[in-house]
Design a protein around this ligand. Structure first.
Ligand code: HMG
Length: 414
């Protein structure tokens, strides 16, 4: 039975900070950020945007593009590590803003960046089990990545959301029935209660990511169907390899590790490739990974949404020719849990490939370092939307310990 993502819609905040502004302000060589980390720009939410509006704006764009009545949604899952309350889930604000009916199961999922994949897999299982009848599942991954100003993590911040419609006979991605998972209790990245900025053991987090990749990929490789021949590499069956991308250079490190593991496990293939391993891995990266990370280099880390932003960007960039091709996907969440799986892009993808991401990226307002620091300081203030605002919903602020949201068109009309 074919189940997966019928359509995706991304949403990114209205402001963007170019890396040259950050490099100059922090007295860091620009090449360290643009080449060492691979980051070009960082998406910054203005005070009128928070994780709820990012998620709701992605959801509204998706429902509109897919012409889906909100009443058709029987399961709404919001994955985030940017919770706005210890008890009240981001999803219930989103449920209200999108006008989804009362007969809908709604909850929030957390496991650092892995939660977007956890939500997708939960929704896929819900559809496969027939729990919703003819109704569909809406999965939204949304986050605002924050580290201390001036810390090594600062250039890897970002913000954004990706909404996915999950159903039978999908047109964007049929999700494989097999997957490989790997979990381990590590302190690589965490955010204690009461802190807005994450704490991170940066170099260790890279090792944890790569160990989890090896664990999840190894588990998947042995479950691949039809089984691999003894000399066959899994990457040779894939058109593109997508990763969780906290910063673009991480995708290069991850792919280097993955192809080496894959090729080593394929006897004859390994003997062919070993003498020119670096060159072969670089060529594989250029062909199978580089086309998937363009949006991430312009948005930054979106935590739970990062892998899905890569998928949205690849579909939009490649469109119809992706039909019939197979993708490998790796999700990592600090702490940690990881999952490797594959998916086939159906031949009908051309009808759903344009998610409007390129238009959103082009329409953003470029801010300077003072405005960026003002936005960080005013993150809970709410405010008026800037002229470049492309969303439906705004965050108005917190009153009596309650968060307030509004619809832009309704406010303009009032
Ligand atoms: P850093 O201190 O900037 O590291 O921290 P660095 O000094 O090693 O420099 C980074 C790279 O720039 C290196 O390249 C340098 O050689 C290079 P590499 O050796 O790694 O290939 N470099 C230069 N290149 C050109 N010109 C120069 C120059 N100088 C240096 N002049 C770090 C980097 C990633 C650790 C930091 O940004 C950080 O802590 N980031 C946050 C944590 C993170 O993203 N970890 C990734 C894995 S964990 C994960 O993905 C989960 C996560 O998304 C959270 C979740 O699950 O929710 C984070």
């Amino acid at each position: 039975m074919s189940v997966g993502i019928d359509r995706l819609a991304a949403y990114v905040p209205a402001y963007v900070l170019p890396m040259d502004a950050l490099a100059a302000a922090r007295n860091v060589p620009l090449e360290k950020l643009t080449h060492g980390l691979g980051v070009r720009e960082m998406a910054i939410p203005p005070p009128c945007e928070d994780v709820v509006t990012l998620a709701a704006n992605a959801g509204a764009r998706l429902l509109r593009a897919a012409e889906v009545d909100p009443g058709e949604i029987g399961l709404l899952l919001v994955a985030t590590e940017t919770a706005v309350d210890h008890a009240k889930p981001v999803g219930i604000f989103v449920h209200d803003l999108l006008g989804i009916g009362v007969h809908c199961r709604v909850f929030e999922l957390k496991h650092a960046c892995y939660a977007g994949t956890a939500a997708l897999m939960t929704a896929v299982d819900w559809v496969r089990a027939g729990r919703g009848g003819r109704r569909r599942a809406l999965v939204i991954a949304a986050d605002v990545a924050r580290y201390e100003l001036g810390s090594p993590g600062e250039p890897t911040q970002g913000a954004g959301a990706v909404a996915m419609l999950v159903q039978h006979d999908p047109r964007a991605l049929q999700v494989s029935e097999e997957s490989g998972v790997w979990a381990s209790n590590v302190y690589d990245f965490w955010r204690p209660l009461g802190r807005r900025e994450a704490l991170v053991d940066g170099k260790y987090s890279i090792e944890c990511y790569l160990d989890a990749l090896a664990g999840a990929f190894g588990a998947y490789r042995s479950r691949e169907r039809p089984a691999l021949e003894p000399d066959e590499a899994l990457v040779d069956r894939l058109a593109y390899c997508l990763y969780h991308v906290p910063f673009p250079k991480m995708a290069a490190k991850a792919h280097r590790r993955l192809v080496e593991l894959d090729w080593r496990a394929a006897g004859v293939r390994w003997r062919e490739v070993e003498p020119r391993l670096d060159e072969a891995a670089a060529a594989s990266y250029d062909a199978q990974v580089a086309p998937t990370i363009e949006a991430v280099a312009r948005v930054g880390n979106t935590y739970t949404a990062s892998l899905w932003l890569c998928l949205a960007s690849l579909l939009e960039r490649t469109g119809r020719p992706l039909g019939g091709r197979r993708l490998g996907l790796f999700s990592y969440g600090s702490g940690s849990c990881a999952e490797y799986f594959t998916g086939v892009v159906p031949g009908s993808v051309g009808a759903v490939a344009d998610g409007g991401l390129a238009r959103l990226l082009a329409a953003r307002t470029t801010i300077d370092i003072d405005e960026y620091e003002r936005c960080i300081g005013a993150a809970d203030a709410g405010g008026e939307p800037p002229a470049s605002f492309a969303g439906d919903f705004v965050f108005r602020g917190v009153r009596n310990d309650r968060r307030e949201y509004g619809r832009v068109a309704a406010e303009a009309a009032a």
